[in-house]
Design a protein around this ligand. Structure first.
Ligand SMILES: *[C@@H]1O[C@H](CO)[C@@H](O)[C@H](O)[C@H]1NC(C)=O
Ligand SMILES: *[C@@H]1O[C@H](CO)[C@@H](O)[C@H](O)[C@H]1NC(C)=O
Ligand SMILES: *[C@@H]1O[C@H](CO)[C@@H](O)[C@H](O)[C@H]1NC(C)=O
Ligand SMILES: [Zn+2]
Length: 472
């Protein structure tokens, strides 16, 4: 999930190979979702260094208590240039150089994937709780009831016009088929409009959606709503082309929704290649028959937790800069990119602050959401339970679109807040950032690409938690 207003959106898809580098699309980037709550903060002095003299000497201990204008914010933010540089040096070149990557590899290799309701998600929460507590962070768990969907054994085969097994992944929340499967003729369509137009042909068929990929945000509607739209015109199951611009015969899973009052039919994703194959066959007038077998089922809700770790603010402990990733994943692959990476950089922020002996003005809180893939369940509950204090949340961040070299920050907030970001904060990161590019070209690799987002995440957060008046 991103910000709270993003919580009903579907999540990006997951493939079986999300730890591997081979299948990654060309546009990988770190997208930081920012939600800024409106709050005027009392302007006071900056970061509160706990120990190292070297750090202390770089921090501004005085600031302009009276001024309100942007130029003062600029000056104050600029005063953190040295701190930003130290964070970047520690994370990218220093002792913490490979830490978040190493943590990610250990975590995902030990736990593996961790779908909502599973034993491995429980293990993941224990793992992270213990790891962060051992480091001396202030950690607690907040209980959440979460969905428990299990995939079970599943398969799809084309029977006519020729036999071929189809790579597939059932969609999260889907009902299963009868044990013997569903064997039916296929109707291939390329859009919801075409399905409507050909509604009379859909009865008792398996509808294959071969929608072209436009963008994740737009095309995901087929995965989300395909089953209900097909059921409305009498289909018995749906196979949906995976929501991706890139495929090496790799089906992607993800969440789908059943509309109220519409028959629930089994729904799975197939590969881009197979969707196009069936489309071509249908264009030639060939009769296509597929057998779909899915043992998927939904069990009663399970007990789980959001995992919360924090460094309390020295001046305004009740005010919070929240950074987050989600600990659950889908039940395929290792959940390294989605969202182990976001989890680890959110933890790393606290580690770096601790290492540097810094103490922020406001509480810096890392939340590892549970059951995000099931529709932001953990985050929604967190919001509901903490909304009474919403005005104390200055900045809420989530990293959840892959963790590589940072390219952009996505921002939601007031225009005034956005101006402050682009005018004052980001320029402070950029010049310090530049020198990391050397490292990228000389020994570019997963680790190098990975530690940069950790460090950017950190640098942004420290501004959020230390500057006197972060948000207009
Ligand atoms: C405080 O801000 C005001 C208005 O921007 C400025 O005139 C003044 O010089 C500043 N004082 C200090 C100590 O920076
Ligand atoms: C981080 O990993 C790189 C590549 O393996 C290695 O050269 C470097 O020494 C490591 N840094 C630290 C601090 O361990
Ligand atoms: C709201 O904030 C107050 C003051 O910091 C705190 O005591 C209380 O526990 C918070 N409530 C919730 C639900 O977070
Ligand atoms: Zn995610």
């Amino acid at each position: 999930m991103g910000c709270y207003n993003h919580r009903y959106q579907l999540h990006k898809t997951t493939t079986n190979s999300n730890m591997s580098r081979a299948g990654r699309p060309p546009f990988l980037f770190l997208l930081l979702l920012l939600f800024m709550c409106l709050l005027m903060l009392s302007p006071l002095c900056g970061c509160h260094p706990q120990s190292p003299a070297s750090i202390r000497s770089t921090l501004r201990t005085e600031s302009n208590h009276t001024a309100r204008g942007g130029s003062t914010t600029a000056a104050e933010v600029a005063g953190y240039a040295d701190v930003a540089k130290q964070i970047i040096d520690l994370a990218v070149f220093g002792a913490a150089q490979n830490r978040s990557y190493t943590r990610l590899a250990r975590f995902t290799d030990t736990i593996g994937n961790r779908v909502s309701g599973s034993h491995s998600l429980e293990m993941a929460i224990k793992y992270m709780y213990n790891a962060m507590a051992q480091e001396g962070l202030d950690v607690h768990l907040e209980p959440v009831k979460i969905p428990h969907w299990v995939r079970g054994k599943e398969s799809a085969e084309m029977i006519a016009p020729r036999a071929e097994s189809l790579a597939m992944l059932g969609l999260g929340g889907s009902v299963g088929t009868p044990p013997e499967g569903i064997e039916a003729e296929v109707l291939v369509v390329q859009s919801f409009a075409e399905l409507k137009h050909r509604a009379s042909e859909a009865m008792a068929k398996i509808v294959v959606f071969n929608q072209p990929f436009v963008s994740y945000g737009e095309t995901v509607a087929y995965r989300a709503n395909g089953a209900s739209e097909a059921a409305k015109v009498g289909a018995v199951a749906t196979l949906i082309r995976s929501i991706t611009p890139f495929s090496i015969n790799s089906p992607h899973t993800g969440l789908q929704y059943y509309q109220d009052g519409v028959k629930r039919i089994p729904s799975a994703c197939i590969t881009v290649e197979d969707a196009e194959l069936m489309w071509r066959m249908a264009q030639k007038g060939q009769r296509i028959v597929v057998r779909l077998t899915m043992a998927a089922k939904t069990l009663p809700d399970a007990d789980s937790f959001n995992t919360v770790a924090e460094i309390r603010g020295w001046q305004h402990p009740e005010q919070v800069v929240l950074l987050s990733g989600h600990l659950d994943s889908w039940d395929v692959g290792q959940g390294a990119m989605d969202d182990g990476g976001g989890v680890m950089i959110s933890w790393e922020v606290l580690s770096l602050i601790k290492d540097l002996g810094l103490r922020p003005r406001r509480t810096l809180r890392t939340v590892l959401w549970t059951a995000e893939e099931q529709g932001g369940v953990g985050a929604r509950q967190y919001y509901d339970q903490h909304k009474v204090n919403m005005s104390n949340f200055d900045l809420v961040m989530e990293s959840d679109l892959g963790t590589f070299t940072p390219l952009a920050l996505q921002f939601t907030g007031s225009d005034a807040a956005q101006k402050k970001w682009s005018n004052f904060w980001l320029p402070l990161i950029r010049p310090n950032w530049r020198h990391t590019e050397k490292g990228q070209t000389s020994h570019r690799g997963c680790r190098q690409e990975y530690q940069e987002p950790a460090c950017m995440w950190q640098t942004v957060d420290i501004f959020g938690s230390t500057t006197a008046k972060v948000i207009p």
